[in-house]
Design a protein around this ligand. Structure first.
Ligand code: GLY
Length: 305
């Protein structure tokens, strides 16, 4: 199968954006635009959707601007534990890692789990041992140090009145990408530091195939961001494709409907999705979502609100 409609969409998390300075917003805008254009050029030059979503997510993991990789938020023990997953729509092969602490690019490791093991998910020490054995870059935890994120954790811990919901609403990070390549192959990837003040060992939706990430050729590819516990319960990424496949919904109808339903139970977040023709949907039920898209149907589009 081949496609005339290459397309790429990315996100850098959903949440309340009003506390982000204009300077930081500009830096985010520039990083998202630059990465999007580079990723799209890769697609134009024949790169696979898997290579492109891995590239985009690893670029965001290397930036302190997003809650993934270098910019990951702290758990209640003041340690970053990261989760990531990737899925290939061509054959549903998938890889995921959870609760890794020293892997520079969890998304690269997730792809290696998919391609070099018989498993789909590795966690904690086992994932890090595997990373070392295949030469993935391991870093000291100092690499992830962030005064900003540490201050935020300590503020939350000092304010007993803050509910989990208000913490979620205030800042939901997570990064992701979905792509359609010239072969008609869809792919999706998601990476996160999770949620500030999470319990050590807590795993959210991002590494869960069907919740945070889903790709299915001929239907759609999805990456989500939001309050992970709800996104697991409602299997949000897969649900977008299910409603398209079995209820003949368009990608916009399906994904907006789900986000609206989640809002009624105070499940906050957003998603990016691409269908087999390169149509893109990027709905969210929060104040804003860092997002960008580019396709033959639409020029570069980067937005925060
Ligand atoms: N959606 C990211 C998380 O809940 O960990």
């Amino acid at each position: 199968m081949s496609s005339d409609h290459i397309a790429l969409a990315v996100h850098g998390g959903a949440g309340v954006m009003k506390n982000i300075s204009e300077e930081r917003k500009e830096m985010i805008n520039q990083k998202v635009s630059k990465t999007l254009i580079k990723g799209y050029q890769m697609l134009e030059n024949g790169a696979s959707s898997m290579d492109v979503v891995e590239f985009v997510v690893s670029e965001f993991e290397d930036s302190p601007l997003f809650n993934a990789g270098k910019g990951s938020v702290y758990n209640s023990d003041e340690i970053q534990e990261m989760d990531a997953s990737i899925m290939n729509g061509r054959d549903r092969s998938a890889g995921a890692v959870a609760s890794v602490k020293k892997v520079k690019n969890p998304i690269k490791l997730a792809r290696k789990v998919s391609e070099k093991t018989n498993h789909i998910m590795l966690v904690g020490d086992g994932a890090e041992e595997f990373a070392k054995s295949i030469g993935e870059i391991i870093v000291d935890q100092d690499y992830f140090y962030s005064e900003r994120n540490l201050k935020r954790l300590r503020k939350i811990k000092a304010n007993a009145k803050l509910t989990y919901k208000s913490i979620v609403q205030d800042r939901i990070g997570t990064v992701g990408a979905v792509a359609l390549d010239l072969n008609g192959d869809l792919a999706a990837a998601t990476s996160t530091g999770g949620m500030t003040n999470k319990m050590p060992g807590r795993v959210g939706d991002s590494p869960i195939i069907g919740s945070g990430t889903w790709a299915q050729n001929g239907v759609c590819a999805v990456s989500t961001t939001g309050h992970g516990e709800f996104f697991i319960k409602y299997q949000v990424a897969r649900e977008v494709c299910v409603r398209m496949e079995y209820q003949d919904k368009t990608i916009s109808e399906s994904s907006e409907e789900i986000l609206n339903e989640l809002k009624t139970i105070n499940a906050l977040g957003g998603l990016i999705a691409i269908d087999k023709e390169g149509n893109i949907a990027m709905p969210f039920n929060t104040d804003g979502m860092i997002r960008g898209s580019i396709s033959q149907k639409n020029d570069v589009n980067v937005e925060i609100y």
